[in-house]
Design a protein around this ligand. Structure first.
Ligand SMILES: [Zn+2]
Length: 96
């Protein structure tokens, strides 16, 4: 599954905001804005040692592509999300 938090991106899905993203079992949710489980990479904002997002000279945020084992987890129930359109299999909370 490939999800993006960018509204203009073709992979954008509103449910992406309710997912947690893990790369090689380390959580990257906070700075991750795109993830692809099949291809095994995430796109994250680059941060400095103070956890501030690094910017380019034109003040656009710096991003980097990290490769590894990607897992997308529902932030509400902790289940693996295999399809962002149907969400996790839990019936207690809706995933659009
Ligand atoms: Zn869930």
């Amino acid at each position: 599954m490939h999800v993006s938090m960018y509204r203009k991106n073709i992979h954008y899905h509103p449910g992406a905001y309710r997912m947690r993203t893990f790369l090689d079992d380390a959580e990257v949710t906070r700075h991750c804005f795109e993830a692809d489980e099949e291809s095994g990479f995430v796109l994250v904002y680059k941060v400095d040692h103070l956890d501030k997002i690094c910017c380019n000279r034109d003040r656009s945020p710096m991003a980097e592509k990290l490769k590894g084992t990607v897992r997308l987890i529902c932030s509400e129930c902790g289940q693996h999300v295999s399809n962002p359109k149907s969400g996790c299999s839990s019936a207690s909370h809706g995933h659009e």
